[in-house]
Design a protein around this ligand. Structure first.
Ligand code: CP
Ligand code: NVA
Length: 301
């Protein structure tokens, strides 16, 4: 693999190999026999806020021997209008890899094409592949794997997380239900691109929760959508993960949230606190999954 631009670009074999590698890296943490990125510098260009992604990449790069260089997009010339392709051509001659969080997926694609260095999508409006790989690791740890499991995504099904989950379901073949009001269901154009898949879209949150193995949610107001907050909170209210939804799921079901969580909105305070152990295990797994991505891309150069 040369880049990680989205789950869409991965095969089932790629995904499984990355999760397997994350399991191994997690087990040997603090005791790595080799540092495949020793002596390297990786740039992290972020246009949007981040806690988990930023910290896990900085720690992961350090543990694999590399130095990280955090570049707030507004502090570099990119923020004053320098094209992404020029930024990429400069950085591509100086650093060994790039991790980018921004709005437009095309910017990450362009960076990869012009920079010619391993490039990782650390969240765009289109996809959040690093999060999905950490989530799959957590599902493997907690449930033994995803085969035959019913994963239900509640909330804004037309955001990066809903789309990355849909690609994961298509590639790996597990059942994914997206429970969302009609305004926030994946758009027809996306479903067409997805093609034949095990993804079911519904506006019935109750039916979706029945016999679920994973109850998954994300903020209702993704970064960049703040102006729509009032409307979103109203329309999405019936899709909150609460005691009733949890009660309908299978007895061993887990609750997952990519975080940050907004209590009383997409999830109740009670459910979040009762399930904090599995939710923060999921957050920790960002580190292990991303180390697996870094090792894979270093090997693919
Ligand atoms: N889940 C996630 O990507 O968190 P951050 O926005 O804090 O990086
Ligand atoms: N859908 C959210 C994910 C945050 C990690 C957003 O894009 O803001």
């Amino acid at each position: 693999m040369k880049h990680l631009l989205g789950i869409e670009e991965l095969s089932a074999g790629d995904i499984t190999r990355l999760v397997d590698s994350a399991v191994e890296l997690k087990a040997e943490r603090g005791n790595h026999s080799v540092q495949p990125l020793a002596g390297e510098t990786w740039a992290m260009i972020f246009t949007k806020s981040s806690t988990r992604t930023r910290v896990s990449f900085e720690v992961g790069l350090n543990e694999l021997g590399a130095t990280s260089m955090f570049l707030n997009a507004n502090d570099i010339q990119l923020g004053r209008g320098e094209p992404i392709k020029d930024t990429a051509r400069v950085l591509g001659r100086m650093v060994h890899g790039a991790i980018i969080r921004t709005f437009d997926q095309q910017d990450v694609v362009d960076f990869a094409n012009y920079g010619k260095i391993p490039t990782i999508n650390a969240l765009t409006d289109e996809e959040h592949p690093c999060q999905i790989l950490a989530d799959l690791l957590t599902i493997r740890e907690k449930l033994g794997g995803w085969d035959g499991k019913k994963i239900v995504f509640f909330g804004d099904g037309d955001c990066n997380m809903g789309r990355s989950w849909a690609w994961a379901s298509k590639r790996l073949g597990f059942e994914l239900v997206i429970a969302a009001p009609s305004e926030f269901q994946p758009q027809a154009e996306f479903m067409e691109r997805l093609g034949e898949s095990p993804v079911l879209v519904t506006d019935d949150a109750i039916a979706a929760a029945e016999n679920a193995d994973v109850l998954y949610t994300d903020t209702w107001i993704s970064m960049g959508k703040e102006a729509e907050a009032e409307d979103r909170l109203k329309v999405l209210a019936p899709f909150q993960i609460d005691d009733r939804i949890v009660g309908l799921a299978n007895s061993g079901a887990i609750v997952q949230h990519c975080l940050p969580a907004y209590r009383g909105k997409e999830i109740t305070e009670k459910v979040l606190e009762e399930r904090q152990d599995e939710i923060f295990q999921q957050a920790e797994n960002r580190l292990h999954a991303q180390k697996a991505i870094l090792v894979e891309l270093a090997a693919g150069r």
